[in-house]
Design a protein around this ligand. Structure first.
Ligand code: SF4
Length: 327
């Protein structure tokens, strides 16, 4: 896995490609031109020490995302708001805020110690959110240069990767790109996401993401709409997982939910085995009723409890049936 540190992190490859300083109207064109160069370099890439120009492909990405904030389409909600003036569904403007950052020892074995940065806010609105204290607050303003220094310090303390999470990282992609422009150590980037980003965002961020730590929650759009207020979940998330499969490593997380074994767990396992076989699959049993489900258990009664033994057993049967690569 990339976190072995044997390869150069993708954001450093992107930063080694010199870019032309162009006007805003030419940013897309310059990005597309350099992306072709990036793809070639990615194939050739070795551990040799690259040179870093003052202005690079990575800087173009940061500029391009800042421009797109004027008509935000970072995720498939496609609010189209100008985030310099107002806020969309995720309630994020231009500035990014975070709740905490630390060396996380509770992630999957191959990721730890993982330098986890918990950004505030989310593009979903899950009724069972276990991080609602992070999602619905703005805690500390992110200063990209300072955060880059923190990432370097955590690297010296032993982090194997920098793990952008929340909430969700997508709505902060412009800030994350600016942070990475300032990071000087070879640290793999983990994008810990709900996988509901737009194709336009994928086009930009995929060149800096080494590991997609992606949630696959629902097997039916009805479940996604009911519990997370999102539309077209299946189409968007399967599209994004297929794309991630082509350009990085995937560690897929599926949170098994009570009464959703056949509509969600089964359908996801079946799709994964056919479309992105052998990806690392974390079948998670730690669901607990939180947030609105805990406040109004009668309204959400089918998910207002933990999993029972039969459901856990059934999830493992499904994993065996589809020969999932469980971690
Ligand atoms: S990130 Fe998504 S939810 Fe937030 S403003 Fe942009 S399109 Fe809307």
């Amino acid at each position: 896995m990339i976190c072995s540190g044997e390869r150069l992190a993708k954001f450093l490859i992107a930063r080694s490609i010199e870019a032309e300083r162009v006007g805003t109207e030419d940013l897309e064109r310059e990005h597309n031109r350099l992306k072709r160069e990036f793809k070639k370099l990615l194939k050739e890439e070795s551990l040799a020490e690259p040179e870093f120009p003052d202005y690079s492909f990575l800087h173009i990405k940061a500029e391009l995302l800042k421009l797109r904030l004027k008509n935000c389409n970072f995720c498939e909600r496609r609010c189209g708001v100008n985030r310099y003036e107002s806020k969309g569904f995720c309630k994020c403007g231009v500035e990014s805020y975070y709740a905490s950052e630390f060396l996380h020892m509770g992630e999957e074995d191959e990721l730890i110690p993982s330098h986890t940065i918990f950004f505030n806010r989310c593009t979903f609105a899950c009724v069972f959110c276990q991080n609602y204290d992070i999602v619905y607050e703005d805690d500390y303003l992110v200063n990209p240069e300072e955060m880059a220094k923190i990432i370097e310090i955590r690297f010296l303390q032993g982090s194997r990767n920098v793990n952008f999470v929340g909430g969700n990282p997508d709505q902060h992609a412009h800030t994350i790109m600016e942070i990475l422009c300032n990071v000087r150590v070879n640290i793999p980037v983990v994008w810990n996401s709900n996988m509901y980003h737009s194709e336009e965002l994928a086009e930009v961020i995929e060149d800096v993401v080494d590991v997609w730590l992606g949630d696959f929650k629902y097997g039916r759009d009805e479940c996604a709409e009911k519990y997370s207020k999102v539309k077209n979940y299946w189409k968007v998330v399967t599209r994004n997982f297929k794309r991630a499969y082509e350009n990085g490593e995937i560690l897929l997380r599926h949170l098994v939910m009570p009464n959703h074994l056949e509509c969600c767990t089964y359908k996801i396992a079946e799709w994964v085995s056919k479309n992105i076989p052998n990806v690392k699959f974390n079948m998670m049993f730690q669901y607990r009723p939180e947030y609105l489900v805990a406040m109004y258990p009668e309204k959400w009664k089918e998910i207002a409890r933990r999993l029972n033994r039969e459901e856990m057993k059934r999830a493992m049967e499904i994993a065996r049936e589809f020969n999932l690569n469980l971690v």
